[in-house]
Design a protein around this ligand. Structure first.
Ligand SMILES: *[C@@H]1O[C@H](CO)[C@@H](O)[C@H](O)[C@H]1NC(C)=O
Ligand SMILES: *[C@@H]1O[C@H](CO)[C@@H](O)[C@H](O)[C@H]1NC(C)=O
Length: 317
C-alpha cells in the first residue's frame, strides 16, 4: 500500500515540478502522513489481526507540513512557463520556514492553500494553530486539520464541497457543531472527530462508512435516537471515552466494529445485537465489539450474543 502510495506521490511531484528541473527532489517525511485506511484499520483493530483488504481505499498521499521539507534553491534560473505549477516558499503566518506546494487554483481557493498544503484534492492543515476551518477549494476530497484550535464547526464550513470524502478534525477544541454542518455532503465517507469537546452529534449523512467520535463529551444525550440507523455502509463506529450511558440503537446491519470502551454503559438487552424473536437471524459482520471499561456485567444477558460470530470484549464475571 505504501509503495503504491509513494509511486502516486512520485508521479504527482514529477508532474508538479517537471518544468522546473532546478528544484531538488522533494523527500517528504511520509511516516506521519501517508495514512491509509489500512493503517487506520490496523491501528484500531490491532487486537484482531489484519483487516479485510478488500474494503480498503487508498487515501492520497499527503506531504508533511513539517520543517523537513527542503526550500527550493533561491537564485537559480527558471525556465518554466508562467502557468507551470511550482514549489514556492510560501510564508504562512505561523512561520516563514513553512513551504507550501501551490497547484493552480482560482483566487477564492487560495486562503486554505496558503495556510496549508494542497496536493491534488487533499488539503492538509495539521498543526497550524487554526481557530476555524479555512475556506476550502471546491474540489477538496480529503481534509485534514488535526492538532489545531478550532472551537466550532459552522454550517457553511463545508457547504458545497460535493467531493468531500474524508474530514479529520482530531484534537481540536470543538464544542459545537451546527446541525447542518455535515448533513448534506453527498460523498462523505469518513468522519474523524476524536479528542474534542463535542456534547451533541449533529445529523450525519447516510453515506458514512467510518465514524470516530471517541474522547468527546456526548454523555447520555449527545447522540440522537436512531442516529446510525440508515447508514448501510457503516463499518466502523468508534465512540470510546464519552461517558455514554447506552448502546446507540439500532446498529446498522453491515457494522463490523463497535468500540464503546470506557463509557458508563450499565446494561444491554437480549435484542441489542440479535433478534430474540428469530433465532435463525445472524449478525455475521459484527466481529469486533468492545465494552470493556463499562460498569456492565455481560454474564447477565447470555442470550444477547447468540447471533454474533464472537463474544463482545468486556467483563464477564
Ligand atoms: C429470520 O431471519 C432470517 C435470517 O435473517 C430471515 O431469512 C427470515 O426471513 C427471518 N424470519 C422471520 C420470521 O422474520
Ligand atoms: C454478573 O452476572 C452473573 C449472572 O447474573 C452473576 O452470577 C454474577 O454474580 C454477576 N457479577 C457481578 C460482579 O455482579
Amino acid at each position: 500500500m505504501k509503495t503504491i502510495a509513494n509511486i502516486v506521490l512520485g508521479f504527482l511531484i514529477l508532474e508538479t515540478v517537471a518544468a522546473a528541473p532546478t528544484v531538488q527532489p522533494v523527500n517528504y517525511d511520509s511516516d506521519t502522513y501517508d495514512v491509509t485506511l489500512e493503517d487506520l484499520d490496523n491501528l484500531y483493530n490491532y487486537e484482531n489481526g489484519p483487516s479485510d483488504q478488500k474494503e480498503i481505499e487508498t487515501v492520497p498521499v499527503i506531504p508533511s507540513g513539517n520543517r523537513e521539507l527542503p526550500t527550493p534553491p533561491p537564485e537559480e534560473p527558471e525556465e518554466e512557463e508562467e502557468s507551470t505549477p511550482k514549489l514556492i516558499d510560501g510564508s504562512s503566518p505561523q512561520g516563514p520556514e513553512f513551504p507550501v506546494i501551490i497547484i493552480p487554483q482560482t483566487n477564492e481557493d487560495l486562503p486554505a492553500c496558503l495556510l496549508c498544503s494542497c496536493v491534488s484534492t487533499t488539503v492538509y492543515c495539521d498543526d497550524q494553530e487554526l481557530d476555524a476551518v479555512p475556506p476550502l477549494p471546491k474540489q477538496t476530497a480529503y481534509f485534514y486539520s488535526r492538532f489545531n484550535k478550532i472551537k466550532k464547526i459552522n454550517k457553511d464550513d463545508f457547504a458545497n464541497l460535493r467531493d468531500l470524502k474524508r474530514i479529520d478534525l482530531t484534537s481540536n477544541f470543538i464544542s459545537e457543531i451546527d446541525e447542518d454542518a455535515f448533513r448534506t455532503l453527498p460523498r462523505l465517507r469518513e468522519l474523524v472527530l476524536r479528542d474534542n469537546k463535542i456534547r451533541q452529534l449533529p445529523e450525519l449523512p447516510p453515506t458514512l462508512t467510518f465514524i470516530d467520535i471517541s474522547s468527546n463529551r456526548l454523555g447520555g444525550k449527545g447522540i440522537k435516537q436512531e442516529a446510525f440507523k440508515d447508514m448501510e455502509d457503516l463499518h466502523h463506529l468508534y465512540i470510546t471515552d464519552n461517558n455514554l450511558d447506552h448502546i446507540p440503537l439500532p446498529l446498522p446491519q453491515n457494522l463490523q466494529a463497535l468500540h464503546l470502551q470506557n463509557n458508563n454503559i450499565l446494561e444491554m438487552h437480549e435484542d441489542t445485537f440479535c433478534n430474540v424473536k428469530n433465532l435463525t437471524y445472524i449478525r455475521k459482520a459484527l466481529e469486533d465489539i468492545r465494552l470493556d471499561g463499562n460498569p456492565i456485567n455481560l454474564s447477565k444477558t447470555p442470550q444477547a450474543y447468540m447471533c454474533l460470530p464472537r463474544l463482545p470484549v468486556g467483563s464477564l464475571i
